[in-house]
Design a protein around this ligand. Structure first.
Ligand SMILES: *[C@@H]1O[C@H](CO)[C@@H](O)[C@H](O)[C@H]1NC(C)=O
Ligand SMILES: *[C@@H]1O[C@H](CO)[C@@H](O)[C@H](O)[C@H]1NC(C)=O
Length: 425
């Protein structure tokens, strides 16, 4: 069985590698980026948008509607021929927060972003119609795009809540909004800041769906049930930051993010009991935690299950992590923002540093790998130099934003992540 899968996987990754090389003619950066080749798919000095023509683009610049230096991409997602890129409205002049790049058209190495589903539905402050600020997004296997709009403009002290926190679910096959749900006032508090979402599809098909939204600064987890069309908030002390883990050194800057709680989430495959495990971690922490979706999905149970939450081992020093993702084989990838790197863990093995490995590292190309996704046997990484953008200033004659890809099999080959028992789905 194991031999069969290895052959299958190698064939799949070779096929993808060839196909990508042929379609886009992109560069493969051999060992330069770390132990395995990392392919630089797209690069930008500044983000640009696909205005209908150059005149309307110039008018947008003149009016301040578009300020090229102010766009920082933070989230990516992939569905068929679309690569989604999100940009929060932290500063003025962000014309659109939810965007995509067509993967089947040759747009060059620095493609312009196309608002999704259109310009009108990306108008800031147009509550109920336009998206104001979107961070991480998620596509499920039912061709739905899950988008949490925080409704905010600004960051930290400059934040203004212009619209309520609203979950939007798009049908990607029609580009129509399937559902819109405003979080209840009980779901949030005055510190709420939600930048991440995980989607849990159960055995019951597309209607058996739950969204988990991590409240990084309000220290909660908000659960939305698709079937019940309602939400609830869970609190737990494991959602809080470790007060000893709030000091960071990234991109040559030292800074403190001491209040950053629960952020990264990833979901295991469905286990024998019919539920997944949600793995999560506060940003200012070196630890991973876990809880069964059996607890999260049950509103009553979720309020009174302190001991159902599990503590995993520490990842060790220099292991602050924002984004994490787990593939259908139970292989977890996570960014290591202090190390300009991406790590892996095979969840068949205990969560300890010895069972984790680095799959990519680069001190220029991977400064702040803000988001990662696994799609079609490929690991997708976006790096954006976020701390430099927030605390200093980016050098706009240099490449600041990158989307890189790497076949999963190549990434884990020869590491401990390739050692666990392989399950075939
Ligand atoms: C879900 O609930 C919201 C109110 O909380 C309502 O506006 C919306 O129409 C409901 N959607 C469905 C599909 O029932
Ligand atoms: C900005 O980036 C360019 C291109 O990499 C480099 O030549 C230049 O020295 C940088 N400027 C500063 C001030 O670091």
């Amino acid at each position: 069985m194991r031999n069969y899968c290895i052959w299958n996987c190698i064939l799949v990754s070779n096929f993808l590698l060839l196909r990508i090389g042929n379609v886009d003619g992109i560069q493969i950066w051999g060992m330069q980026f770390g132990r395995a080749p990392l392919l630089e798919k797209f690069i930008w000095k500044k983000m640009d948008f696909a205005y209908p023509d150059e005149r309307s683009r110039q008018l947008a610049i003149a009016s301040g509607e578009y300020v090229p230096e102010n766009s920082l991409p933070v989230g990516i997602e992939i569905w068929r021929n679309k690569l989604f890129v999100t940009i929060p409205r932290w500063r003025d002049g962000i014309p659109s927060t939810l965007n995509y790049i067509p993967l089947d058209a040759n747009q060059g190495r620095s493609p312009k972003l196309i608002p999704y589903p259109n310009w009108a539905q990306n108008k800031a402050g147009d509550c109920g119609i336009g998206l104001t600020t979107v961070y991480r997004i998620h596509v499920d296997i039912c061709d739905r795009l899950w988008v949490l709009d925080t409704g905010t403009i600004g960051i930290d002290d400059t934040t203004v809540q212009v619209c309520p926190y609203t979950l939007n679910v798009f049908d990607l096959t029609t580009d129509k909004l399937l559902r819109q749900y405003r979080l209840r006032s009980e779901d949030i508090n005055q510190n709420t800041f939600i930048a991440n979402i995980a989607i849990d599809l159960g055995k019951g098909g597309c209607n058996d769906a739950f969204a988990y939204m991590s409240d990084e600064l309000g220290y909660g987890l908000i659960v939305y049930s698709w079937q019940q069309n309602t939400s609830w908030r869970i609190t737990h002390s494991y959602f809080m930051p470790d007060p000893l883990a709030g000091d960071y050194n990234i991109g040559g800057l030292n800074f403190q993010w001491g209040t950053e709680g629960i952020f990264g989430m990833s979901l295991s495959p469905i286990l024998a009991d019919g539920y997944r495990t949600l793995f999560f971690h506060p940003l200012s922490s070196y630890r991973e935690f876990a809880v069964s979706t059996r607890i999260l999905r049950d509103q009553q149970l979720s309020q009174n299950s302190y001991h159902e939450f599990q503590i995993l081992s520490s990842r060790g020093p220099l292991s602050h992590c924002t984004a994490s993702v787990m593939d259908e084989n139970g292989l977890q990838f996570f960014n290591l923002i202090d190390q300009n790197a991406i790590g892996c863990w095979n969840s068949m093995l205990p969560y300890t540093p010895i069972n984790q490995a680095i799959v990519a590292r680069h001190d220029d190309a991977l400064i702040f790998p803000a988001d990662i996704k696994v799609k079609r046997g490929l690991l997708w990484i976006m790096s954006d130099r976020m701390p430099i953008f927030l605390l200093s200033s980016l050098n706009y004659t240099d490449v600041n934003f990158r989307i890189l890809i790497m076949p999963v099999q190549t990434a884990i080959a020869g590491t401990v992540c390739d050692n666990g028992p392989v399950e075939i789905y």
